[in-house]
Ligand binder design. Sequence first.
Ligand SMILES: Cc1ncc(COP(=O)(O)O)c(C=O)c1O
Length: 361
Amino acid sequence: MTFLPTPPHITHGGQHFEQNLIDASANINPLGAPDWLHHCITSHLKNIAHYPDAYCSQLLTALANYHAIPENTIAVGNGSSEILSWLPIVFEARPWLIPIPCYGEYRRAPAVLKRQVIEITPKENGIDWEQLETALHKYPQAVVPLGHPNNPTGSLLDTERVYTLARSFPKAHFIIDEAFAEFVEQYSSFIPVLQNENSIDNIFILKSATKIAAIPGLRLGWILGHPDTIFRIRQLLPPWSVNTLAQAVGIQLVSDTDDFFARSRNNCTFLRQQLVTQLKTLPHITLTEGAANWVLIHISHGGPPLSQILTHCYANGVALRPCEDFTGLSARSLRIAVRTAAENDHIISTLKQALLPDGQP
Ligand SMILES: Cc1ncc(COP(=O)(O)O)c(C=O)c1O
């Protein structure tokens, strides 16, 4: 008898289905899904009796219009993490240079395929660019995933710096992860690099509908970049990887005329500032203030054990994201997603109780 391998252990926020639980462990839009989502899904339900469009033709057209780039520079997948999983195959045996701390899939995807993974340790809480450049001299064909903003630090990239690096190392591949881009005010996307004639061929951009449209259970992501690599990704992706409902939602999302993105961004920025102000009043905490829709906090050694804090919060209806699996981060770090104003108030009061001696109210 053959046994199937046990699934890999994936630590991720957002697996909290309990009612009345405030899930601040996954960074999902606190505004929730767009108003039209329910109608869009129910009106396309009849179509699930048929196979989805394997080429995602209408979605590709909508995305190409939205980003103002040609369709052959876009590949769509079942979430951006599915696309990420194919990249170590697309980029064959190349090593991966990974500035840490970062989203766990940047390491897991190449590691499961036995690609060499070299960590770039942080400097003053940011990327150590000199170390990265030195490593690129040694591995000029490396793949370099970079979060923009980076999960879990929330920090943004300096676009010019990345362009210079990409031009200096034309055989390397830079994967810019813009999964949370829509939450950031005055965001500098890397997409313009694909829109002009002097485009940089070794920059790829990952996008996700998951966070901004609050649809982690539906799955939709895409990658933008040079047509040759995009063609290879499309060849590798399994047929019908993007289901009918996700395609319909994707089309409507990027054709939205209701300013859903702008409303979400404004709302989130305001709520994050409120959350940061409240967090600063709590004992035993230091903050890494990023630009994203979450806040990273560190509990000082004078504070209670992390497990005690998490248990208290969970028992009081709040799920937070412990960060011990993020290499390069203090094991006493917690990531807190920005939620609605009322939910944030509850998170703060619960966390306060957990941090005070003997759980004083
Ligand atoms: C930085 C980052 N990129 C990409 C993803 C994957 O998003 P999805 O596969 O839902 O599109 C995540 C999920 O948590 C993430 O944190």
